[in-house]
Design a binder for this molecule. Structure first.
Ligand SMILES: C[S@@+](CC[C@H](N)C(=O)[O-])C[C@H]1O[C@@H](n2cnc3c(N)ncnc32)[C@H](O)[C@@H]1O
Length: 346
């Protein structure tokens, strides 16, 4: 796969059949790879991309795949979130599977859980219309969080309204067996991607300008403070507050452009988190005729933000303040984005 900074990869080429579209399935957190191996063997007409952060499991799966001569399986060793965000284009997947994600059972660790509303939104944006997200867990409180995240995601439907019957094709893995042996109930959840059109970030209409911006927060894992920047120009925007950022140059990678803009405007290097997707488009936010904006969570990695260009004041807004993050006059187009951020942070 290309490095994340190179943008979405060509999945058909990755699977050795450039130009020929076959259904693509993404399995996230394949563990020892039992389900990935069994399902790649059972579904030779579908391409299976299996992602995990754990190298020994990837080694075992590679060995087993080679022993079976599998050609429809590719493994990515890495975190599923940047893989989804940076390597997979909007609408590129037909199915996403997350079987028994790490449960992080202690409540102080819940924030480490993978399946959150932001993750579900990212997955939904990468699914084609009619595509499916399959989840399974043996932790009942996590299952409730998953159902709520799907329920709150405008791009997804839950065809069962609640838990789904166990799909007959889903093999029992070692992690599932461990849960069953411990007496835990296993539940499945299925969500279906609605068929609205997906706007690909690279596929902007003729003459459409893409702006990249940062929702710069104090802590990506638990955002409490958000940085707003007051514009000095043009006249219609002067005095209103916005996300720092700027225009992506022709041919420039979006995240590279974001980092460049933040150095130029604020003098800071940042750690970039997940993209905040517009529910209506599945990707960029239309901000005014001819302009769309892509927004990422970000956290300062080095430097202290200063208003170096285009702004005369910066302000850290506290989510616990009177109006949460809405207590400055944001540009009209930024308000729905701030509202969405706030709903996640609370
Ligand atoms: C509890 S195991 C379940 C493995 C497998 N799905 C199964 O049912 O046997 C969770 C797996 O998710 C992987 N994982 C955790 N966070 C991840 C992330 N952000 N991206 C990719 N894989 C992740 C872990 O390394 C682990 O292999």
């Amino acid at each position: 796969m290309p490095e994340p900074t190179e943008g979405p990869g060509d999945l058909a080429a990755l699977f050795g059949h450039p130009g020929e579209r076959r259904p693509v399935v993404l399995e996230i957190g394949f563990g020892l790879g039992e389900a990935a191996l069994a399902l790649a063997l059972a579904e030779p007409g579908r391409d299976l991309l299996a992602v995990d952060v754990h190298a020994p499991g990837a080694g075992a799966l590679l060995r087993d795949a080679a022993a079976h001569g599998l050609t429809n399986l590719r493994i990515v060793l890495g975190d599923a979130v940047p893989v989804l965000r940076d390597l997979i284009g909007p609408g590129a997947l037909d199915e996403v599977r997350v079987f028994f994600p790490d449960p992080w059972p202690k409540s102080r660790h819940h924030k480490r859980r993978l399946v959150t509303p932001g993750f579900v939104r990212l997955v939904a944006s990468r699914l084609a219309g009619g595509g499916h997200l399959y989840l399974a867990t043996d932790w009942v409180d996590y299952a409730a969080e998953m159902l709520a995240a799907i329920d709150g995601e405008p791009l997804l439907d839950n065809p069962f309204g609640t838990f789904a019957p166990r799909p007959a094709w889903r093999p029992v893995t070692r992690f599932e067996q461990r849960g069953l042996d411990a007496g835990r109930r296993v539940v499945d959840i299925v969500a279906e991607r609605r068929a609205e059109e997906v706007a690909a970030p690279g596929a902007l209409g003729e003459g459409v300008v893409e702006v990249v911006a940062a929702a710069l927060v104090d802590d990506l894992s638990r955002p409490r403070r958000l940085l707003a920047a007051r514009r000095t120009e043009p006249a219609w925007a002067a005095g209103r507050w916005e996300f720092p950022g700027g225009k992506r140059e022709h041919g420039e990678d979006a995240v590279v452009a974001l980092r460049r803009e933040l150095v130029e405007e604020l003098g800071v290097e940042v750690e970039v988190g997940g993209e905040i997707l517009c529910p209506a488009t599945g990707s960029a936010w239309p901000i005014r005729p001819g302009y769309v904006m892509r927004v990422w969570w970000a956290q300062v990695a080095s430097g202290e933000p200063r208003p170096l260009e285009d702004h005369d004041e910066l302000r850290w807004l506290d989510v616990a303040g009177a109006d949460g993050w809405l207590d400055v006059p944001w540009l009209d187009a930024d308000v729905p984005i701030v509202e969405q951020l706030r709903s996640v942070a609370r």
